[in-house]
Design a protein around this ligand. Structure first.
Ligand code: ATP
Length: 799
């Protein structure tokens, strides 16, 4: 029987299976999987080792050998998304074989699992079970080159850095692939012309959707990879360009060294492919050359074929035997000894044993043999084969680091919002902190009733006293001592109206002097223990405070008491008495650390410095990585061969530079501009602040590794902000916490560091003090811990 004019004569069959037919099992039966074996060709891992093996082992090894010869070979692939309870089976027992040097069109309805399959092939995802061989190795294993420069991958999403120009985009990926700059420039010129791209200096974000897709395609072609995997490259591309893309794919596969796997929703354009895999519900319904598929099903279009096959699958009419029967009967290739039998799972076609010649021959109606009769039998595993692990020992390459660092800095530099966030925000926070926190309140209204004087016109006019050792109008003398900045005196005629003013929120406190306050006070001083109750009562300044605001209440109490001490001292001094009589008998000497009037600012400042640097780093890192991941950029870099470790390292370096800038700004404003005390070594202050920034960055990595969405990352970052702040002794001493909280607090990243910085700043302690070095040690431990967690999570997630 003829297939579209080409007769499957003996020669043709020989050619088709020239590298495998010797190995075909004599006993192969319908529906039974028989892998081609190559008994005369030693498997690559066994070269030079002459060992007699049992037949079963020989068969297994030759199967593996056969799989390695394909560009891609997938066996029994299962992939499930979702939880165990509610799994979404995306790939179920899928088998696929892509011969080297061919274009393989992967077709199927939306959601059937094409992208998932491709992402497993390029090593972005891992199968639940099953095997994948790509270019002779298993993706993700050392030395396989996949992910890496052997593959060019164009994902479905644009996955490009919008802030980059076309040229910078090419440089980024070119460097990652290990290309020289001159080489990249050369290739860039070709791709610009070939893909009809606008000026190389245009920013990607300013290109049209179609242009962006073409840039994305150019990235995949950039390093001229052995295997090109294109997920819907022709979406949004005009028909002319689409044709030229297909022509290019045909061109690059001609010499047999390049292979292309392409998905498309324009089924008919896949006629140019050498082989087509029709996929449905996680399985391949058929894997065949388009030409053969059309003739097998007597259809005019591939769409019709797909519909027929889909209907058959739905009606459960496609089972292994039937499908094989269809394939074999149609092609009249039922001779056991000359064909390979279709494998498990009901895939229609010759699939796994097709050599490139057959596919091309079929696709071109049997007229073209691009290799001039030269078979591709036993293709040599490419130069960078499984055993060639020359890159394995390299932790990274200069090109990759250059690309990643330039990417990080360019993205920051080109984004005004990010730049402001990095440098303006910390400065603004420091300024706001120093201006708004810790200063004494001013203009606090105090309702004053002074019955020693006459109340007229809203005031007690002539509230004057005689200086010196004179005992007249002592109430006025006391009021004169009340700090005018903090207290704003408002006069009331009687205690009731003054208290009412406090009740109504018009004043923070009411102050009442009785009409014979001065006499009673003098008597109280003179009589001492003999003073009667009335004298004591009349000599009191009566105060009603609004203590609803603790800070204001305490400040008023303090000021009223200190004013009285000043007033009494001054009176005693002017009467040649010892002013100490006015003081309580506790003598506070010059403090050993800090000042006699400690400020809340000095207490909070160390914690604030560290909190600002820590949480800015958290915010910056967590969102940066997630955005990259959501836009598919992280995956694209991974497929290009960048490891999670390299990505993290590049961010550590970038953040370190950012942190140095931030630390400088924060400390300049805190210490030099606002005069926050720094008694210790500024060097250690800088080191600890930078370490805290790095610690925040690593925490950001953890968040971005854990969270899928930016929204979740923001929630987690914000959610962690307050507990950390409240429990770290930044705004209240941890000594005031319940014992359990104190323990928890000690293990938080900011706590010991804050104590350490406070000790350096206010006590002037050096690194040898326990309180100081513990801060450094705890910060370092947290950095290592966070980095380890993020690396583990990133590695785990790639599966
Ligand atoms: N990360 C994921 N988590 C959960 N489910 C996913 C994920 N990615 C894909 N899926 C689901 O897996 C199925 C297959 O998706 P996939 O993207 O592989 O299909 P596709 O054939 O490429 O579709 P299209 O042609 O529309 O791109 C879909 O049901 C999809 O919802």
């Amino acid at each position: 029987m003829e297939i579209s004019g080409s007769k499957p004569d003996g020669d043709r069959l020989k050619k088709m299976f020239s590298w495998s037919n010797n190995a075909l099992s004599e006993n192969a039966t319908m529906g039974e999987r028989v892998e081609p074996v190559a008994p005369n060709v030693p498997s690559p891992d066994l070269v030079g080792v002459a060992i007699e093996r049992p037949p079963q082992l020989q068969h297994q090894q030759s199967s593996v050998w056969a799989r390695r010869q394909q560009a891609v070979c997938v066996r029994h692939a299962f992939k499930t998304y979702g939880s165990k309870k509610n799994p979404n089976h995306v790939l179920s027992n899928l088998n696929m074989t892509v011969a080297k040097g061919t274009i393989y069109g992967l077709l199927g309805a939306s959601g059937c699992g094409k992208t998932t399959l491709l992402s497993c092939i390029v090593g972005r995802r891992r199968l639940n079970t099953g095997e994948i061989w790509v270019l002779g190795g298993k993706p993700g294993t050392k030395g396989s080159g996949v992910p890496g420069r052997r593959v060019g991958y164009m994902p479905q999403e644009i996955a490009l850095y919008g802030e980059f120009s076309i040229r910078e985009t090419m440089m980024y990926f070119g460097w990652i692939f290990g290309m020289e700059t001159s080489e990249i420039n050369e290739r860039l010129q070709f791709l610009l012309n070939f893909l009809d791209l606008p000026s190389q200096n245009r920013l990607v974000k300013n290109l049209s959707g179609g242009q962006q897709r073409r840039v994305s395609f150019a990235v995949a072609l950039m390093h001229d990879p052995e295997l090109l995997i294109l997920d819907e490259p022709t979406v949004g591309v005009d028909p002319l360009l689409r044709q030229s893309i297909w022509n290019h794919l045909v061109q690059i596969t001609k010499d047999g060294n390049k292979t292309v796997i392409i998905t498309t929703h324009y089924i008919e354009e896949a006629r140019s492919a050498h082989a087509i895999g029709l996929m449905r519900s996680g399985k391949l319904l058929a894997e065949e050359s388009p030409h053969v598929l059309l003739s097998m099903y007597g259809c005019q279009s591939l769409e019709e074929v797909f519909l027929k096959l889909s209907r058959k699958q739905t009606n459960n009419t496609v089972d292994t035997n039937i499908s094989n029967n269809i394939s074999l009967a149609t092609m009249n290739w039922g001779k056991k000894d000359s064909i390979s039998v279709t494998e498990e799972s009901g895939v229609v076609g010759l699939n796994f044993h097709q050599s490139k010649e057959v596919l091309i021959h079929d696709a071109n109606n049997g007229h073209v043999d691009i290799n001039g009769g030269k078979t591709l039998s036993a293709p040599v595993v490419s130069a960078q084969s499984l055993e060639d692990c020359s890159d394995c020992l390299h932790i990274t390459t200069a090109g990759k680091m250059r690309a990643l660092l330039q990417k990080n800095f360019l993205r920051m530099w080109r984004n005004v919002g990010v730049m402001l966030f990095i440098f303006a925000l910390p400065v603004m926070q420091v300024i706001l902190f120093c201006m708004a926190i810790g200063r004494d309140p001013t203009d606090l209204k105090l309702a004053i009733v002074n019955h020693e004087m006459n109340y007229t016109n809203m005031s007690y006019q002539n509230c004057q006293y005689q200086p010196g050792c004179k005992f007249t109008h002592l109430s006025c003398r006391y009021l004169e001592n009340l700090n005018n900045n903090t207290i704003h005196k408002v006069y009331y005629p009687d205690p009731e109206s003054a208290v009412n003013a406090v009740r109504e929120g018009n004043a923070w406190g009411a102050l009442y002097f009785t009409e014979n306050f001065t006499d009673a006070l003098v008597a109280r001083m003179a009589l001492g223990k003999d003073a009667d109750e009335e004298t004591l009562d009349q000599s009191e300044i009566r105060v009603w405070l609004d203590m609803s605001n603790q800070q204001i209440g305490v400040i008023l109490q303090r000021d009223l008491q200190l004013s009285y001490q000043d007033f009494a001292r001054e009176l005693l001094r002017s009467c040649n008495q010892n002013p100490k009589i006015a003081e309580i008998p506790i003598s506070f000497k010059e403090p050993l650390y800090g000042s006699t009037e400690p400020s809340f600012t000095d207490f909070v400042a160390p914690g604030v410095i560290l909190t600002i640097v820590f949480f800015l780093a958290v915010a910056l890192t967590s969102s940066a990585l997630i955005i990259e991941r959501m836009e598919g950029l992280l995956d694209r870099s991974w497929v290009a061969g960048v490891t999670p470790g390299e990505i993290l390292f590049s961010h550590v370096v970038t953040q370190f530079v950012v942190m140095c800038g931030q630390t400088t700004l924060v400390l300049i404003f805190m210490i030099l501009v606002f005069g926050v005390e720094c008694k210790g070594d500024i060097g250690w202050v800088i080191v600890l602040t930078i370490l805290q920034g790095l610690c925040g960055m690593c925490f950001g990595f953890v968040i971005s590794a854990i969270c899928e969405l930016e929204r979740n990352a923001i929630q987690l970052a914000l959610g962690s902000f307050y507990p950390t702040l409240l429990l770290s002794g930044v705004i209240w001493p941890i000594e005031g916490m319940p014992i359990v909280l104190r323990y928890i607090s000690t293990f938080l990243p900011l706590t010991l560091a804050t104590t350490s910085l406070r000790s350096i700043l206010t006590r002037g302690w050096s690194i040898v003090e326990k309180d100081v070095y513990l801060g450094f040690i705890s910060t370092t431990i947290w950095i290592v811990l966070f980095l380890t967690i993020s690396l583990l999570v990133l590695r785990f997630k790639r599966g």
